[in-house]
Unconditional design. Structure first.
Lengths: 479, 479
């Protein structure tokens, strides 16, 4: 949830005064009274019984422009325009309570893996409410008892909704219905494709640092990981890819390249020219490309997502797409496997068990998201864009030693803590001494050591509190 | 939805007059006017504009005792006791409309695989509304945006809820938390266990007729099916099992026995003594038992479900359990793999991808069902029990040539159409000539040819209409 304050510059950057405001609110009202007082509210007027008055402008909800903590039914202040942002919880007229109170009521892994005093910015959940069309579609289905099995029409509906979204969002006219196959989720789709395409011991090229679950899933199926580390600027490195493709093709009946686009954890959004180079290399060495495009909908600023199958020279490739990440539907799985023009035979060979994991209710939610969720998505992206800037400012001020390049996509910040010169894993130290949970970079293999992945899809208050705790850890643990 | 009428005997059997009533209602009001008028209502008083009055007692909703078609907010008639039954849609005070109108609004496979004039009694969905605790838990989670990932706590919560249910329902004190592993659904759990336990070409003993998806799932993973047909009475046959176990063990590094309990499609509920014999045989031949207990909660009358892991001599076995079938949550998948005392190591070796298919929202629904859904389940079972008797009566009257033994469990009727002496598949003829969709028995292998599986978890009106259409088919297609 974004909290723009009067005086913030129109460019979306945070002035020092605003950042101070957010930081003070975080420390005084949300988390610091015993560590568990997450439900604290800042009433209109900036005062709260028993707590010193906040001597700074009163933040307003970026969506409805009502003062934070205003009760049910509050209306936008006259003359204040609506602004998009990560403010969905507070803007939901039916539940206009403070976001943090919502979050602790959730029962998902993010909020219940650690003790309540730990602030979790870990797995890919977002601290937002569901997009209203998604919420409404789900409630309607639940009320109607529409919880049976997904049928053939579900796949067709899903594919059509995705195709329309892709046309509108990226100007891509691909993903015809016949090229799509509904799969339970991105990872199961990926494993299914790998099973169809490779034999025991075949190489899979992966850009590191990489999502750790790739390694387990591929290796237990006999896949041999060939690392192709990203460049120092966290971009695809043509020479490294060339070498990796050559080695992989040389030692495999069918070598694969698992392209993560946009890249998790670095947030790199690959440019079209980079992907065209990938396609040329793949063709040269006979490497089959599978693109995991789970974060396709989460890019901002000048970065523009390019569907790999829209790149010339990609007809034998396959892509995996899902709106789950962008619409916070990790617990309601679903995805599409999409084949390039010369790869449709691969989909026909997918496991007979694949349909069993598909959730009809997830299909309903995903279709609603793709068909009607774009305004909500745009607001989300604007909020994420401001969050990445806020995080940059906070880290620069409170924890200047670490290195952080604001990403162009995904919900993650990839933070290089090596300048702190810690012997131990930074994620462990942050958890032990700061009571803030982030993901350790170590399992991401090459390029991951000394890094942490921080999920910044949260409120600015919690983001500020996280940095405060990380800075506290740095003071407690000199390198 | 059951429709008991005044004059029905207290034993639950249907007198001739009541059956006539249901049949007339079905043909006049629900489906017969153009084939798509599923939303027809029978107003209080038995008259409907433009339709002849129903010259028989007015049916009442078995749950709230209000006349069928009564509007919102109707109260139970004074002096009429509440009776359980498959009446959940009509008893839902927030949506007291006629069930059939609900059903056509569903978007699941059952209701949208065929054209609208076809009456579908196919896949394992039930024509009921969700149990109120399940509905409420889902709506609460959706409103709270609790759609993130399932965490370790979710598994623990799920296992505890199942253990309490198993204790209460079957007096079974097993399924300790440490013996349980959450899996995405029964079939994915089954395939995962088979992957861990067997090598290419190992035998899997299956009682036929058997759920067709078993064959595809097992064979594509290199499993070799050894059939052990049920007896003529559709029960486990000790001699057949002995022969099959011996053959399977002889030719495998690890032979498996996939026990379907209760058995789909026949509805056989295996007795404890039968399962003890299975355990003794399995021990003798070193065959590992995996029990698919998807329908465990759906038994009635004198039949009592026996968890296979509660049988003496089953410590190396594994079971798969889920409340999805009994609570109509096929589109919101989830299940538990449960290990016998000497099989917990198997769970630790399950695929690393397994957690990716797990739906957090499904976990919330399943836990609510197991913790608070028993009263609803009891009403459902009473309704299903009456439906199987109604079906028996209808078939005896309108289609006496077919053979049907009312099952003790599951939601299916397994109907032997061989006496009709058709050359073609009965399911195809019923669909083509009667516009009623049932599942062909042919893919169930031995014992399946000439049979159909009919899903009887529907309203008595639709059940009556289905039999009317089947009888019409028999008249059109003499053998």
């Amino acid at each position: 949830m974004l909290v723009p304050v009067p005086g913030a510059t129109t460019s979306g950057r945070w002035c020092g005064r605003c950042v101070t405001t957010v930081r003070r609110l975080a420390s005084r009202h949300l988390l610091c009274h015993g560590g568990t007082a997450l439900a604290g509210r800042v009433p209109a007027g900036g005062r709260r019984p028993g707590v010193a008055a906040v001597a700074c402008p009163i933040p307003v909800c970026s969506g409805c422009a009502a003062p934070l903590g205003a009760g049910a039914g509050s209306q936008p202040a006259p003359g204040r325009p609506r602004r998009p942002g990560l403010c969905v919880p507070r803007c939901d007229r039916r539940r206009p309570s403070v976001a943090a109170a919502h979050l602790r009521r959730r029962t998902s892994g993010k909020w219940h893996t650690h003790p309540p005093e730990v602030l979790p910015l870990t797995v890919g959940e977002m601290d937002v409410q569901l997009a209203p069309p998604v919420r409404d579609a789900l409630i309607q289905a639940v009320e109607a008892g529409d919880t049976g099995f997904a049928g053939p029409q579900s796949t067709a509906r899903y594919a059509r909704a995705f195709r329309r979204l892709a046309q509108h969002r990226w100007g891509w006219d691909g993903a015809r219905e016949a090229d799509c196959h509904a799969v339970p989720d991105i990872m199961r789709g990926l494993v299914g494709l790998v099973e169809v395409l490779t034999r025991q011991g075949d190489a899979v090229v992966v850009n590191t640092p990489a999502y750790p679950d790739y390694f387990g899933a591929l290796e237990e199926r006999g896949g041999r990981i060939v690392e192709a580390p990203l460049s120092a600027a966290q971009r695809l490195d043509p020479d490294t890819l060339d070498t990796a493709f050559q080695a992989a093709a040389h030692s495999s009946s069918q070598a694969l390249y698992l392209l993560c686009s946009p890249h998790n954890p670095t947030g790199t959004v690959h440019r079209r020219d980079e992907l065209e180079h990938v396609a040329a290399l793949a063709r040269r060495y006979g490497v089959r490309v599978i693109a995991d495009e789970a974060h396709a909908l989460i890019t901002w600023g000048g970065a523009r997502f390019t569907p790999y199958l829209s790149v010339s020279g990609s007809p034998t490739a396959l892509a995996l797409q899902s709106p789950a990440k962008a619409f916070n539907l990790g617990g309601l799985n679903g995805a599409l496997a999409i084949a390039g023009e010369e790869a449709t035979d691969v989909l026909a060979r997918l496991s007979a068990v694949m349909p069993h994991g598909r959730s009809h209710l997830a299909g309903i939610a995903h279709c609603a998201a793709m068909a009607e969720g774009e305004p909500w998505l745009d607001a989300l992206l604007a909020g994420l864009e401001e969050n990445r800037r806020l995080l940059q400012h906070l880290l620069h001020t409170d924890l200047p030693a670490v290195k952080y390049a604001p990403p162009d996509g995904t919900i993650y910040a990839w933070i290089d803590c090596r300048p702190l010169q810690w012997q131990d894993d930074p994620a462990e130290l942050f958890l032990t001494h700061g009571r803030v949970a982030v993901i350790s970079g170590r399992p991401y293999r090459t390029g991951g050591d000394g890094h942490v992945r921080l999920n910044m899809a949260t409120t600015p208050e919690l983001l500020a509190e996280a940095v405060r705790r990380m800075a506290h850890t740095a003071r407690r643990c000199p390198g």
